[in-house]
Design a protein around this ligand. Structure first.
Ligand code: ZN
Length: 369
């Protein structure tokens, strides 16, 4: 079978690490997991049903449903699998049904680690938060290798998944902490011009109304792009150490000299996702809103922020997106984030000149494109 190539650039560090918290090289499983997450959100948004893979009674299991003769043959199998497993499992696999493609991806070097400490003590201690992940000055090649026939509709959905990731969201893990902003330079995946409006989900036994409400659904996404302009060139601000890194009574903070500079000079990154999350928390602090959407123990975040990536010497762009949070949250972010950032970005004074919402997109609009 043919192989295809997607070339992408990293705008913020890509994180595909293991359970131990190490990210020494790009891991295909980390990329695939992220592709699947966005693909599932897209399918749900388009009215398809996606199983809950964390629930062993609810998740698809092809072996359990059908046995024997049809399982290993591609001949006439579509009617069988369409009824048995959900569209995401059909492409990405589940028990008894192998994934339809594999990917190979390599490249990237580890970015210098930058540490920021929490503003408040947790259990009597300040905690360290680190920037890490892989970036590459050259585009990274992701080879897509089909292992069995991928349907036209599946290619259309996969193309749109990559579009959404590259234009509005992020790829890999730690996307709520700054990582994974990429742009696609080139892609030769088939059916790139297809429209998701024409995709049909054939006769699955469960209707989209059975999708669980709290799962990501493209219909309920919003995407913001902010442009942050500073009062001086960013390299000067970094040299003057104006960005917040730790509280004044924090004895255990250690600065690795030069890493902020290296991150900016060599990788065009301003590591401010942590500051932005703090700013979101401040913008949303009312009646437990921030806890509900920014996550707490045992509950993931529904809001995601990127680090700043360079537009020019005094300007960065930053992405903020989320799902299922409602209009009040979006409006609060829109109207309060500048003030909140002025308070969280800097150790003293305010060097933020402008914070402009340069693009706003609703998931529902993406589905209609
Ligand atoms: Zn499934």
């Amino acid at each position: 079978m043919c192989e295809y190539l997607v070339m992408f650039k990293t705008l913020t560090p890509l994180w595909t690490g293991d359970a131990a918290g190490e990210c020494n090289g790009l891991r295909e499983t980390g990329i695939l997991g992220s592709l699947r997450w966005w693909y599932e959100a897209l399918v749900r948004g388009l009215g398809g049903y996606v199983c809950d893979p964390t629930d062993k009674d609810q998740r698809c299991d092809f072996g359990k449903k059908k046995s024997g003769e049809t399982k290993d043959s591609d001949q006439g199998i579509h009617d069988v699998i369409d009824g048995s497993i959900c569209p995401a499992c059909q492409l990405f696999g589940c028990t008894g049904w192998a994934r339809k493609f594999r990917i190979e991806v390599e490249g990237g070097i580890a970015v210098p680690e930058v540490s920021v400490r929490t503003r408040k003590k947790r259990n009597g201690k300040y905690l360290t938060r680190k920037t890490s992940g892989l970036m590459s000055s050259d585009p990274i090649a992701m080879r897509v290798v089909p292992l069995r026939k991928i349907e036209e509709d599946e290619w259309i959905l996969l193309n749109r998944t990559l579009d959404i990731i590259a234009n509005y969201g992020a790829l890999g893990a730690r996307t709520s902490q700054g990582c994974g902003v990429v742009s696609i330079v080139e892609s030769d995946l088939p059916f790139g011009g297809g429209s998701v409006k024409d995709v049909k989900f054939r006769g699955h036994k469960k209707a989209s109304s059975q999708n669980l409400n709290n799962f990501p659904n493209m219909k309920n996404f919003f995407f913001f792009k902010l442009k942050l302009g500073f009062r001086d060139v960013i390299s000067n601000l970094i040299n003057k150490e104006v960005f917040w890194t730790h509280a004044s009574d924090d004895k255990f903070f250690t600065r690795v000299r030069g890493n902020w500079e290296k991150l900016w000079q060599d990788f065009s990154i301003l590591p401010i996702a942590f500051h932005a999350r703090d700013a979101l928390r401040i913008s949303l602090s009312k009646n437990g809103i921030s806890e509900n959407v920014l996550g707490k123990i045992g509950m993931g975040s529904k809001l995601f922020v990127s680090h700043g990536y360079k537009i020019d010497s005094g300007t960065v762009e930053m992405r903020i997106w989320g799902y299922g949070v409602g209009n009040e949250v979006k409006d609060r972010i829109k109207h309060r984030i500048k003030n909140a950032l002025e308070g969280t970005l800097f150790a003293h004074d305010n060097f933020l000149q402008c914070c402009e919402l340069v693009e706003e997109k609703a998931g529902a609009d993406i589905l209609g494109d």
